[in-house]
Ligand binder design. Structure first.
Ligand code: FUB
Length: 434
């Protein structure tokens, strides 16, 4: 009982891993229009699986760094006709009105790993294969191992020149052409100590930073340079080996005046090296521009950089924390919350009720009766309303339901706690207050 209470207390404060509804790995971040996007591979190995099973990449985003919206599987290995599998590490960048999503996959004909790129007009897609073939294939450089050509990072410098770094064991780079899907010149090698994989190239205050993971079990290390092509000075370690996972894969981005370090570990229940989960730590650069050694935490981002407006439609798959339930993808690329059983809950942080809400509205599908307890401040917090759910005719038959709520004001942490009988209770697509 004491252990259970300690567990509940810990989870009520937890913010890491930031996604609890899927296993997510190999994170890359992108800030666009005041929104922080992460692009991740989805670990889909069976619970006993002991190798990567990754078939798609998903996108999540946040405006406040504590509530994350699942945008669904916006790119799949099958979108690259020339690829045979393995949705390994990727990065999406914005350049001249387009979003370019560089990915690692296995190559059908040439074997080994290869790098492809998909393009879109929007950060959340739809994305299409931009080239119809790989930019980099394993035959372009001498073979060193089975995963030579993975983990692309692309950086566009102030003069418009784009650079792509990638590699496993050896860190390689090329200058990309203006089309962003081809390169000129020879493939070069960057001389950086302890390089394993996962390069991440960026410019901070006029200086170039190249962070990367060391070989397995991975730590995150970094170098700096006055040029995007080196020579690189080793500056130290950013992260020690993470919990329950031999790989590490990072992204470093500033957003709304704060720095965030994004990475994965194996700390979600069932987690390990093939069931990984993305986490975030907030940090400050040292006054001399160096990056401190960071610690992994369960609390993650403690202070939100915005509030959530409950009077607009909120996708139900927007959450700070959840337990029990999952996210499902519909055939049109939409995402909804599913797999909801008695006692499961969703937490949404920093909900700004302003002068007060009177009614709760949700779009649900259900084949039985259940209750959505609307609570404030905790899973056991004050109940401000109970929304009664009746059968809508099935878990795929959607209907709008509503219920009165006690007037609630100001900024609150909101909880939806689901109560009912045996089996799956309902699906929820979106909700709002009025
Ligand atoms: O997820 C598969 C591979 O593991 C990635 O490409 C690497 O970065 C490592 O995380």
């Amino acid at each position: 009982m004491v252990l259970l209470l300690v567990g509940l207390l810990c989870n009520s404060q937890a913010q890491n891993p930031i996604v609890q509804t899927n296993y997510t790995a190999d994170v890359a971040s992108l800030v666009y229009n005041n929104r922080f996007y992460i692009y991740v591979g989805r670990d889909q190995a069976s619970p006993t699986g002991r190798w990567f099973n990754m078939r798609e990449w998903r996108i999540y985003s946040s405006t406040d760094m504590v509530n994350w919206t699942d945008h669904g599987p916006k790119l799949k290995v099958t979108d690259f006709k020339w690829a045979s599998g393995d949705a390994w590490a990727s990065q999406c960048i914005y350049h001249k009105g387009k979003f370019y999503w560089y990915v690692s996959v296995s190559h059908k004909e040439k074997g080994g790993k290869a790098i492809g790129v998909a393009v879109s007009d929007s950060p959340t897609g739809p994305f299409v294969d931009a080239k119809g073939s790989a930019i980099i294939t394993t035959d372009m450089t001498p073979k060193q191992g089975d995963f030579d050509d993975i983990d692309p990072t692309v950086f566009v410098d102030d003069d418009g020149q784009a650079y792509m770094y990638w590699g496993n064991g050896k860190c390689k780079y090329v200058k990309l052409n203006e089309d962003m899907i081809s390169f000129s010149g020879e493939i070069q090698y960057a001389n950086v100590p302890k390089f394993g994989e996962a390069p991440w190239l960026q410019k901070i205050n006029g200086k170039y930073y190249l962070s990367y993971s060391s070989s397995s079990p991975s730590t995150i290390e970094y170098c700096t340079s006055s040029s995007p092509v080196g020579p690189w000075d080793y500056r130290g370690r950013i992260l020690n080996i993470v919990e329950n996972c031999p790989t590490s894969h990072q992204a470093i981005t500033d957003f709304k005046g704060k720095w965030y370090f994004v990475y994965h570990n194996g700390t979600l229940p069932g987690g390990n090296g093939f069931h990984r989960s993305v986490c975030i730590e907030e940090f400050s650069l040292n006054p001399d521009g160096t990056i401190p050694l960071l610690s992994t935490t369960k609390e993650g981002v403690k202070t939100s950089v915005g509030n959530l407006n409950p009077y607009e439609r909120v996708e139900a798959e927007t959450m700070a924390w959840s337990e029990g339930l999952t996210a499902a993808d519909d055939q049109n690329g939409g995402v909804y919350v599913s797999g909801i059983n008695n006692g499961d809950y969703i937490k949404i942080r920093n909900v700004d009720f302003g002068k007060g809400a009177k009614q709760f509205i949700a779009y649900v599908a259900s084949s039985s009766k259940s209750d959505i307890e609307i609570r404030i401040g905790g899973v056991d917090g004050k109940i401000i309303g109970i929304c009664k759910v009746n059968s809508t005719g099935g878990l795929d038959k959607w209907s709008t339901i509503n219920s009165k709520v006690k007037k609630i004001k100001g900024v609150q942490d909101l909880y939806f706690v689901f109560k009912g009988g045996e089996g799956e209770l309902l699906n929820i697509d979106w909700w709002r207050f009025q």
